[in-house]
Design a protein around this ligand. Structure first.
Ligand code: X2W
Length: 282
């Protein structure tokens, strides 16, 4: 691809007001398993995160990995089912969840960021008691609901120039408990506790759609509530919008639901007028 150097310079120049606005901002990015794609897509995501860090944003990555958990559970012959978007998690399942999320997926993202010249450190909700949970619902087993957040470890990391990458696995109130936390829930709780400027929920759909299937670029919390009540927002979008509303209540300035498979999705959202996906704010 030949690039016009004047256009490249113009693009950079036009980004200046955004670079100024976001200098020092805390942006929590939820990278869902469905948004991860192949190695090239992972490298591109990592590059966007490193670029954000380079221009003075404090990105905090919280990841999922549902499809990767399904794959290992399948190989081990462990059956798995979802109730209201959450995986029913017994003792054997929670061990696999922790192995896949804290091991495989977390380290893959850490490595991709470091390969782009960033300094990523991978942790889970267990590290420094970042996220302490109770059982979300007795029917779901070891699915955690965050009840205590200790986010100082994240501030310590980003203040030292490090990009934290967090696996949504958490500790309980009792000794030795492990909880599986929905990735969106974990990202929302972390963004809320950090009073983040932005929470970006990267998924595999373009955003929140209206009844005719058009992606809406902006919504208020009350519009979201109406759309949930009327059934326009349904399925997997319900937990995402619930997370968004809870995060806004806790003081996050805006939440964006966007397609993580779009090239440079994070940069389009943060550094252009158009933005990407659906932004939810009061
Ligand atoms: C999720 C954690 C991973 C996740 C699970 O077990 O699949 C619960 O459902 P995605 O890729 O973001 O869907 N936990 C409780 O959230 O992954």
């Amino acid at each position: 691809m030949t690039r016009d150097p004047i256009a490249t310079a113009r693009t950079l120049s036009e980004a200046l007001p955004y670079l100024q606005r976001y200098a020092g901002a805390v942006v929590v990015v939820k990278f869902g398993g469905n948004a991860m794609g192949d190695e090239a897509a992972m490298a591109e995501f990592a590059r966007d995160i490193v670029l954000m860090r380079q221009v003075g944003v404090n990105p905090v990555v919280v990841h999922g990995g549902g499809p990767m958990i399904n794959e290992l559970l399948g190989k081990l012959g462990i059956k798995s089912e979802f109730v209201r978007g959450k995986r029913v998690t017994d003792k054997a399942t929670v061990e696999v969840v922790e192995m896949v999320l804290s091991g495989l997926v977390n380290k893959r993202i850490v490595q991709a960021i470091n390969d782009q010249g960033g300094r990523a450190v991978g942790i889970s909700g267990k590290d420094d008691d970042l996220m302490v949970c109770v059982a979300d619902d007795p029917d779901l087993g070891f699915v955690g609901k965050p009840v205590e957040m200790n986010v100082q470890v994240l501030r310590d990391l980003y203040n030292a120039g490090i990009i934290p990458v967090v696996a949504p696995v958490a500790t309980g109130m009792a000794d030795n408990e492990t909880f599986n936390v929905n990735g969106d829930t974990a990202a929302g709780a972390i963004a809320g506790a950090l009073q983040a400027d932005r929470l970006l929920l990267l998924t595999d759909v373009a955003g929140v759609k209206d009844a005719s299937g058009e992606v809406l670029s902006q919504l208020t919390p009350s519009q979201v509530r109406e759309m949930v009540a009327s059934g326009t927002i349904s399925g997997g979008m319900i937990p995402k919008t619930e997370t968004a509303l809870a995060a806004l209540d806790e003081g996050v300035r805006a939440v964006v639901i966007l397609d993580g498979r779009t090239p440079n999705a994070c940069l389009i959202e943060i550094f252009t007028d158009e933005g990407a996906g659906t932004i939810i704010r009061s």
